[in-house]
Design a protein. Structure first.
Length: 132
């Protein structure tokens, strides 16, 4: 293998890697946008979930539709990848116990604010009472 062939293979590999990173990020963002609620993880988690979701979604589609031709970076592939990433996110939430929560975070924040206001009023009333 000559040096020019090696450089061309390396260039194609890096191009393919960057396509998968961009595609995985878009897929992960779409899956997180579809499923309501707060999601764990940041940009790296979203990207990895999108890449894994595209592998799972396209693999599932090829399993059920054997004669279908699904390119991961196409409209069909995008829909299958979003479905796969959505499925990953759903099962993650189901296994972590955050899917069926009794109370929402907004109620917890409301109770915390009320308690904080009551403490402030108590402190102010103690200061006023001690000054007389």
């Amino acid at each position: 293998m000559s040096e020019m062939e090696f450089i061309e293979i390396l260039r194609n590999s890096v191009n393919e890697l960057l396509r998968w990173v961009g595609f995985g990020t878009l897929t992960g963002l779409a899956a997180k946008a579809i499923m309501p609620g707060r999601d764990p993880g940041g940009a790296l988690t979203t990207m990895l979930m999108g890449i894994a979701g595209s592998v799972i979604g396209c693999g599932t589609a090829l399993f059920f539709f054997r004669d279908a031709s699904i390119d991961p970076i196409s409209l069909r592939g995008f829909l299958a990848a979003v479905f796969g990433a959505f499925t990953l996110l759903f099962f993650y939430r189901l296994m972590s116990g955050s899917f069926f929560k009794e109370s929402s975070g907004s109620e917890d924040r409301w109770i915390h604010r009320v308690r904080r206001r009551m403490r402030r009023r108590r402190i102010v009333s103690d200061i006023v009472r001690d000054s007389y």
